[in-house]
Every structure is written in C-alpha cells, then in structure tokens.
Design a protein around this ligand. Structure first.
Ligand code: HEM
Length: 229
C-alpha cells in the first residue's frame, strides 16, 4: 500500500484529490441548488418540506452525506497543504512580478475565496444544518398525516432579514469565482489539457460559475422581495 501513500503525498496525487473532491462537491451543489428551487413554489413549502424529510430519512442519502463531509474536509486540508508546499518550493519570490500578465485575479486569490467560503459555510451550517439535524430547534408541520420538520419556514424567516441575505450574496459571489477557476483547473489536473479543448472547458467553467450562484441567489432575493411587498 506504500504506492498509495506515495501517491497521496505526491504533488500530482494532491492535485488529483483536490480535483476529484472538487467535482464531487460540485455535483452536490448542483443538486442542492436545484432542490432549493422548490422553495419558490407557491405551495407554502409543502414539496420542499417533503423533499427535506425524504433526504433525512433515506439511508443511501445519509451515506452520500458522509462522503460529502469527507470530501469537504479533504478538499480544505489538501488546499492548505498545497498552498504551504507551493510557498516552500519557492522561498524567494520572483524579482519581477507582473501577476496580471500570466494569471487571473481569481487564480491568485483562490485561498482568499476559500476563506470567505469557509466562513459562509460555518454560518450556513449552524443556521440550517445544525438546527435541522442536531438541535432540532425548528417548528414541526404535518403533511399528509406525516409529522416533519418545517425547514421551509426556517429558511423563509432567515431570508426575510436583509443583512443575512447580504452575507449569502457575498458567499455566492465567492462561490462563483471559486467554481470558475476550480472547474477549469480540475480538468487540466485530470489530464484533459488539450489546447483545442481549453477554451471549451473555460467556457463551461464560466457558465457554471454564473448559473449555480444565480440559482442559489434567486431564493434569498425572492423571500426578501416577498417580505417587503
Ligand atoms: C439559497 C441558498 C441555500 C439554501 C436555501 C440552503 C439550504 C440548506 C438547508 C435548509 C440545509 C439543511 C438541510 C437539512 O439537513 O434538512 C442545508 C444544508 C447544507 N448546505 Fe445549503 N443552502 C443554500 C446554499 C448552500 C451553498 C451555496 C452551499 C455550499 C457552498 C451549501 C452547502 C450546504 C451543506 C454542505 C449542507 C449540509 C449537507 C446537507 O444537509 O445535505 N448550501 N442547506
């Protein structure tokens, strides 16, 4: 098994883990964003609460959730290790630095964007996940004779607060930039770096980086506008 240990400790192995866990997190985000759109249905949250109830009680989803948190932890730890190793490999900074010429602002600030996302996730998980799963600090509702958590009302109450929405919009912007660079570079890492396809991957990356954050942002904007009118 020493080859496996060697792979995980090698530079390419670390980048591979980053790309693979990143792609898994991206799939989760796509599902999460699409499911959140149920919040926009004019049914007082019936379908969204039923969906949440199903997700919490379906055993396979619980296993996927372990994989999700595992990927998240690996993604963060490997990002820190990669940054540290890169700094160590280049102890003396280049004499002439013209960062704008050969790299984008996003690629140079992935660490900063990652920190913003980390803070966002901490706020998000304590505000929703912890309440729904650990403290059960939220109302109950009965739908078709089944008693379940009223996650819809929790989301609605939070998103009627403007500064809470602002935190989320900042989080979504950081997510968009992070996804753009992450998607593009993960395809390079996975060996799909044919010059012919790079513009295509870059294009898909930008598309994803806009669609996913916008899909998320619609929800707080919708609840805020509804609360004002
Ligand atoms: C409008 C935007 C969002 C809403 C309304 C929302 C809502 C929720 C809710 C209600 C939960 C708890 C579900 C439950 O356990 O019953 C949750 C969990 C979670 N959310 Fe979000 N979320 C949003 C955006 C995001 C974003 C942008 C990320 C990541 C960058 C994210 C990551 C997570 C994670 C990792 C969990 C825990 C895993 C899970 O419960 O499946 N969420 N979200």
């Amino acid at each position: 098994m020493s080859w496996l240990k060697g792979f995980f400790n090698s530079s390419i192995g670390r980048k591979f883990i980053m790309a693979l866990t990143g792609l898994f997190l991206f799939l989760f985000l796509t599902e999460h964003m699409l499911a959140n759109l149920l919040l926009l249905l004019p049914d007082n949250g019936i379908l969204y609460n039923q969906y949440s109830h199903f997700m919490v009680n379906f055993p396979l989803i619980r296993i996927v959730e372990f994989l999700l948190f595992g990927s998240l932890i690996f993604h963060i730890i490997y990002a820190l290790v990669l940054t540290y190793r890169n700094r160590q490999a280049r102890p003396i900074q280049y004499a002439v630095r013209k960062p704008g010429e050969n790299s984008s602002w996003v690629s140079r600030n992935m660490g900063f964007l990652g920190v913003i996302l980390f803070i966002f996730l901490a706020i998000h998980l304590t505000g929703f996940f912890a309440k729904a799963r650990i403290t059960h600090d939220l109302g109950m509702v009965t739908i078709n004779g089944v008693e379940m958590h009223d996650v819809y009302s929790l989301v609605k109450a939070k998103f009627e607060i403007w500064w809470f929405d602002l935190i989320y919009i900042i989080g979504f912007m950081a997510l968009g930039a992070h996804l753009w660079h992450g998607f593009y570079s993960s395809f390079r890492t996975l060996g799909l770096r044919h010059p012919q396809y790079l513009p295509l991957f870059k294009g898909i990356g930008i598309f994803i980086a806009v669609i996913i954050p916008l899909g998320f942002a619609i929800v707080p904007i919708y609840f805020l506008i509804n609360s004002l009118s």
